[in-house]
Design a protein around this ligand. Structure first.
Ligand SMILES: *Cc1c(COP(=O)(O)O)cnc(C)c1O
Length: 240
């Protein structure tokens, strides 16, 4: 099941690349395995998938040691500052740097460990509909703040588009992120390395590829729908 899903997604990525006149190897697929057991990651790995995305530090910490070492882990979720120590060095790329304070903490931990951590700045291009990421008007100052930190390597930008039935409605968001990448490159220390765009999920990845995505983050179409935590237990009916 997972192998077939991956085959189908890879074919759709290839078709979108062709449609956009881009080489297939200019887009990398991150299989988003959050909430799914390590067994399912192993199944995707057996089918050839090597990049996986997680959004909770604890889940990354639990899965990484029980799975093959050549998996490239990507951290894509909202990262609390007290969890940074679990993610620095464990993730090849942290996609979700959404504040200067978080960037500073990642820089501090990376520096203590003698590492340089690759990161993306997460931008809320869509405005109010989506809550994650720096607002578009704060994006430039976030990029400047991250670029100034010695133990971070700023590789590009990431966005999560609001859910949309028709991916055409979010295409302008992807286009805008690509424009921001070009606008902000001169602000970075190594502009030639500031070339990654993480955008596109199950519902909208083809439009994202057509607009320049270099990473697409796909969960549902590979692993199936996620079950959300069960609702909190209710008190017994005749409780006071
Ligand atoms: C869960 C998640 C995804 C994957 O979403 P799907 O719609 O299941 O493909 C991608 N990016 C981020 C940041 C996520 O949290």
């Amino acid at each position: 099941m997972i192998a077939e899903n991956l085959e189908l997604i890879n074919a759709r990525i290839a078709a979108a690349c062709e449609q956009a006149g881009r080489p297939r190897d200019s887009v990398r697929l991150i299989a988003v395995s959050k909430t799914k057991p390590a067994e399912m990651v192993a199944e995707a790995y057996a089918a050839g998938q090597r990049l996986f995305g997680e959004n909770h530090a604890q889940e990354l910490t639990a899965k990484k040691p029980v799975l093959p070492e050549d998996i490239e882990w990507h951290f894509i979720g909202n990262l609390q500052r007290n969890k940074v120590k679990y993610v620095v060095g464990a993730a090849a790329l942290i996609h979700s740097v959404n504040s200067a304070a978080l960037a500073k903490e990642i820089d501090r931990v990376a520096g203590n460990r003698g590492l340089t951590q690759d990161v993306l700045a997460e931008i809320n291009v869509g405005g109010e509909e989506s809550k994650q990421g720096a607002d578009a008007d704060e994006a430039r100052s976030l990029v400047e703040a991250v670029a100034a930190l010695p133990h971070l390597r700023l590789r590009g930008l990431m966005t999560v588009a609001p859910p949309a039935d028709d991916p055409e409605t979010v295409r302008p968001i992807f286009r805008r992120l690509r424009e921001m990448l070009a606008e902000y490159a001169p602000l970075t220390r190594e502009p030639e390395l500031f070339d990654q765009l993480s955008m596109g999920m199950t519902g909208d990845f083809e439009a994202a590829i057509e607009e320049g995505a270099t990473y697409v983050r796909i969960g549902t179409a590979i692993f199936g729908a996620r079950e959300y935590p069960a609702p909190a237990p209710q008190p017994p009916e005749n409780a006071p």
